[in-house]
Design a protein around this ligand. Structure first.
Ligand code: SF4
Ligand code: SF4
Length: 107
């Protein structure tokens, strides 16, 4: 039993030495992201109005059904999303909602 204890303690002490850390020292160190990593998707805000025209394409393709869109019309008769919500607790981060949006509204 003492042998296992000494072995475990030696591993711990080894990792305490500078240069032997296994954790990433964020923010000084940053992990390299995989080329296909998308991060957190969101509706890209614009200066004057939402680019989204509430076409319901992204909630239609979402397999987890976690996007809620409610459309409305402004005074010019243009459609915009009165409600645009992504339930990130249900999202499976498949990225399907980003694909149909050719205008890069979702990132
Ligand atoms: S984000 Fe794009 S696909 Fe989704 S409702 Fe708006 S315009 Fe349609
Ligand atoms: S990443 Fe996938 S699951 Fe998440 S909101 Fe987009 S389509 Fe739905």
């Amino acid at each position: 039993m003492f042998k296992e204890f000494a072995k475990g303690l030696s591993i711990t002490l080894k990792h305490l030495l500078p240069g032997n850390t296994t954790t990433v020292q964020y923010p000084k160190q940053k992990l390299e992201m995989a080329p296909r990593f998308r991060g957190l998707h969101r509706l890209v805000p614009t200066q004057h109005r939402e680019k989204c025209v509430a076409c319901y394409l992204c909630p239609t393709v979402c397999p987890a059904k976690c996007i809620t869109v409610e459309s409305a019309e402004n005074e010019k008769g243009e459609k915009y999303p009165k409600v645009y919500e992504i339930d990130l607790l249900r999202c499976i981060f498949c990225g399907y909602c980003v694909e149909p949006v050719r205008l890069k509204l979702l990132k």
